[in-house]
Design a protein around this ligand. Structure first.
Ligand code: TRP
Ligand code: ZN
Length: 507
């Protein structure tokens, strides 16, 4: 379902002409004449950093993903898997639709139906060219980062109409790289796949409106060779079934979910028995059986704290937002973790601070997502600040001391000139987004006082729950609870390209 609509950015109009035809609606109407009633849904959600991510003209309500996956053979065979998928997508048109797009990268579509009516595959038409009948075409331009699957349904779709799309697709999986050349998407491992897609890697494994302004619920049937375990978001909707050397794992994630938070990781996992937080959240962990020694000891110690961590964050920020929780710990180490919804993924081992960080993202980032990628500090600043609060709660240094430790040392001009409120696509996960982001929240707390700070945090989470919000929305909430004008505050912390003054540093 859509949150608020984003404004189209300048770059998008240019991009439209580059692809040609994707957004075209035919010859211009005579002045004063009504425009064509059925038009093309936009090919992006309007995000300035990723103009082709997400799509317009419809709202997805549910993705049902049926995947059959064969992991790579033993080394020295290439690290490539075989992937076949059937995506059943329920969507509602938000305008009269002549055609619309999905995002899909590195996969080939073999069949596509809209409400059971087949569309035929064609080559991308020339700009402005008319296409007869129901059809689909796929532009995959790695250089320009354009991955757009266009569907022309016939009959056309009326505004408000619900339709079901079934896409059969597949391909060879590899190790996709994001814009920063960091691994993401359906990241093929020797024993399976570690599926971590922030910011726009979900399109590497299913056709999707790949932007957090269109959240949806999910269900999964993941079929893997017998002995492999597939773990996705949510809960197992029924026991796995094995036949003829293949096991199908069924998962159900009924809560609204941003596409970058979808996972269906495959590996040699031990799926551990479910346990619960005090408040009754079922916790389901999957740990790679190849993790041993210190890595396993540390991982088990951190995972064992998850119930207490949930209790702690609930006491500060209100109820845990989803139907379940738990961790996926993969041994294929690329050295980082992602807060996939209800079930973060860790590589190598799971440290205590990281586990708290990914858990905090369930409130900050997942239940309430950054409406634009430029708002990423609302994710990483909060998750980092939550670790400061946890450390204090556990008898370590206070949040104030953590802030002082960040504030005191001399840092380079380059460090201070970085704008966390507009980090750029290449700066989304820069260190400043995390620690200046956390410091921003601590300074805000000093500015408005504890009571308004925690009231504002909860109001933010309630108001934008299951949806998304911007830095301006965030400011509005804290102005409301504090009665203060916070323009200068957020200007200083998010945009001023210098070290913030000591105004917010308590003794
Ligand atoms: N959001 C992650 C964190 O908890 C970092 C991250 C961004 C990431 N993109 C990723 C991790 C892709 C794994 C894969 O800070
Ligand atoms: Zn994070």
């Amino acid at each position: 379902m859509n949150g608020k609509r984003l404004k189209l950015v300048g770059g998008l109009a240019v991009a439209l002409t580059v692809i040609g035809g994707l957004g075209a609606t035919g010859a211009a109407a005579a002045p004063g004449a009504p425009g064509p009633r059925y038009t093309a849904g936009s090919q992006g959600a309007g995000d300035a950093y990723f103009p082709y991510s997400g799509n317009g003209g419809y709202d997805v309500s549910h993705y049902d993903l049926d995947v059959t996956y064969t992991p790579p053979a033993a080394a020295p065979a290439p690290l490539e898997g075989r992937f076949e998928g059937v995506a059943t997508i329920d969507l509602v048109a938000t305008q009269d639709l002549d055609r619309f797009n999905l995002d899909l990268r590195g996969m080939e579509v073999s069949s596509l139906t809209v409400d059971g009516k087949p569309a035929r595959a064609i080559a991308p038409p020339a700009p402005g060219a008319e296409v007869d009948g129901a059809a689909y075409w796929h532009v995959q331009d790695d250089e320009e980062r354009i991955w757009e699957l266009t569907v022309q349904p016939r009959p056309k779709i009326k505004k408000g109409q619900s339709v079901q799309l079934v896409v059969e697709y597949g391909g060879t999986t590899t190790r996709p790289l994001d814009i920063e050349e960091a691994p993401y998407g359906w990241w093929t491992t020797r024993d399976g796949a570690m599926v971590v897609s922030e910011p726009d890697g979900s399109m590497t494994w299913y056709p999707v409106s790949d932007h957090q302004t269109d959240k949806a619920s999910y269900s999964f049937a993941i079929t893997v060779p017998e002995g492999k375990v597939a773990v996705a978001n949510g809960v197992q909707s029924k026991p796995e079934q094995t036949a003829g050397g293949w096991t199908t794992w069924y998962w159900d994630a009924p809560d609204q979910q941003a596409s970058y938070l979808t996972t269906a990781s495959v590996g040699d996992f031990e799926l551990r028995p479910t346990y619960t937080s005090t408040s009754g959240v079922p916790i389901i962990d999957a740990v790679d059986t190849k993790i041993t020694g210190n890595a396993l000891t540390n991982t088990n110690a951190s995972l064992g704290l998850q119930p207490q961590m949930i209790d702690f964050l609930e006491s500060r920020f209100g109820p845990y937002p989803f139907n379940s929780y738990g961790s996926i710990v993969d041994n294929d180490s690329v050295g980082y973790a992602l807060e996939t919804q209800t079930r973060p993924v860790y590589s190598g081992s799971a440290g205590q601070g990281t586990v708290l960080h990914e858990l905090a993202h369930q409130w900050f980032g997942n239940a309430v997502s950054p409406e634009r990628w430029a708002d990423i500090w609302l994710n990483e600043g909060w998750a980092t600040y939550a670790t400061w609060l946890w450390t204090e709660h556990r008898g370590g240094i206070t949040a104030q001391q953590a802030y002082n430790n960040w504030y005191a040392p001399a840092r380079t001009p380059a460090y201070w000139s970085f704008q966390i409120g507009d980090p750029g696509a290449l700066g989304l996960f820069a260190t400043q987004v995390y620690n200046r982001g956390a410091a921003t929240l601590h300074a805000l707390r000093v500015e408005v006082g504890d009571e308004a700070f925690f009231a504002g945090s909860r109001l933010w989470l309630e108001r934008h729950n299951d949806s998304a919000g911007t830095a301006e929305d965030f400011q509005a909430v804290f102005e409301e609870v504090s009665g203060e004008d916070l323009d200068a505050f957020f200007q200083t912390w998010l945009y001023d390209q210098v070290k913030p003054p000591a105004t917010w540093t308590l003794p």
